[in-house]
Each structure stands twice: as C-alpha cells, then as structure tokens.
Design a protein around this ligand. Sequence first.
Ligand SMILES: O=P(O)(O)OC[C@H]1O[C@H](O[C@H]2O[C@H](CO)[C@@H](O)[C@H](O)[C@H]2O)[C@H](O)[C@@H](O)[C@@H]1O
Length: 237
Amino acid sequence: MTLPKPLALLLDFDGTLVPIVATPDAIVVSDDLHALIAEAMERLEGRVAIISGRSLEQLDALWGESLRGVTVAASHGLELRSDGLLSAPEHSALFARLARETEKRFGAQRGVVIELKSFGLGLHYRLAPTLREAVHDWARECAEDHRLAIQPGDMVFELLLPGANKGEAVRQIMDRRRFAGSSPVYIGDDLTDIPAIIAARKFGGRGIAVGQKIAAHADDVLSGPAEVISHIRKLLA
Ligand SMILES: O=P(O)(O)OC[C@H]1O[C@H](O[C@H]2O[C@H](CO)[C@@H](O)[C@H](O)[C@H]2O)[C@H](O)[C@@H](O)[C@@H]1O
C-alpha cells in the first residue's frame, strides 16, 4: 500500500489490537503491543491515535506509561486527549445509578456483565446470549428514561451520553497540528468503527476492517489482532 502523504495510524482497541475475550476486564496488553506502539510513535513522529469505546480511565489503566504522548479518543469519541489537552463531558452519577439498577434487574448469577465507565454503561451478554433481547429491552428503557444513546457492539449494548461518534473523533484528531496533512489508516472491527473509516477516507486515507462484520465498508480486511500487528509492522518497515 502506498499513500501519497505521511502516514498516521488510527487504531481501534478491542477486537483490533487485542482479541475479544469473555469479559471486559480479562484483557491484557502484551509486551509486544507496548513495544509496537512505542515504535509507531517514533517512526511516525507521534501520528498515532487509539480510538476506543473504553473510557480514558480504563485505557490508562490497561496501557500505563505506553500511552504517554499517544493521542487517545475514548468513550466512543466523547473524551479526547491530545498534546496534553483533555476534552470531556461533565461527569454524572447517572451511570453508577443505572449500574445498580441493572444489577437488581438481572443479578450477577444470570451472566449479564455490567461495565461501569466514565460516560457510559456496558451491558454485556456474551456469557448469557439468550438474554440478548431482555438486555436490549432494558437498555431501551434506560435510554428513553434518561435521554441516552444506545451503541450496539460485540455482544453488548452500551448506554452512552448522546453525541459519541468515532467519525467525529477522527475529524478532531486530523485537525490537530501533528496529524495535519497526513494520510490516516484507520483499523477497526465493529459497527462503531464505520463512521471512523468513512472519516479517514475523507482525509485521503484508508479503512481496514478486522474480521468480516464491517468488511463491506473497508478497503482491506485483516483476519484478527495477530494479523493487525504484523500489518502495522509492515507499514512501519
Ligand atoms: O472501541 P473498542 O476499543 O473496540 O471497544 C469496544 C468495546 O470493547 C469492549 O467490549 C468488547 O470486548 C470485551 C473484551 O474482549 C468483550 O468481553 C465484550 O463482549 C466486547 O463487547 C469494552 O468492554 C467496551 O467498553 C468497549 O466499548
């Protein structure tokens, strides 16, 4: 692949850089992945961004020092940290309250995993697939009562503050001085990544899908995180 301008790497996290596992807290960022991001930051003069549905707090806990200097759009684009500047909505106690109500509604024994995030709530049914419709109905009820958005994902319905959009996150990142004039390569695997791929193309870049779910929207398709990592190594060579 040859791009006419300097390369920028815009990377989704779950399902793209790390494999999908049973529960959100079972993720580990390997030493190889830490090293790859450090190498990309050096080779691309800082034009590396992680764009994730996880909150900034979660990503910092998972990555530690390796995220220093890396541009991060978290909470599906609601939070943006770039060049030391942070933009984020105001915190609210709503999601903690909804987490407690969800706990009462489903109970831990039924296998619905509740993920409390800074600006959202993940209602995961991976361990209880038969509850998909019940979880969806509950998410709709909460969203209507509290004017929240629902983001469907990989065996999850997420309740979010309205306005989260990874495409908008890509536009804001590409407006930053260090990314200006570069060609972004966006790599992602899920529905929330589609607007980001569209936005990357508008900046003269390319979109790469991981797996088949959003393959129809992408320029290339990679099979999974292992192939993503070798593809990034090739791009940096
Ligand atoms: O935008 P991403 O970085 O891809 O994040 C999307 C959501 O990913 C996580 O949930 C998914 O991965 C879990 C761990 O593999 C899995 O157990 C779950 O079923 C998946 O939906 C994360 O927990 C969410 O907060 C992210 O929004």
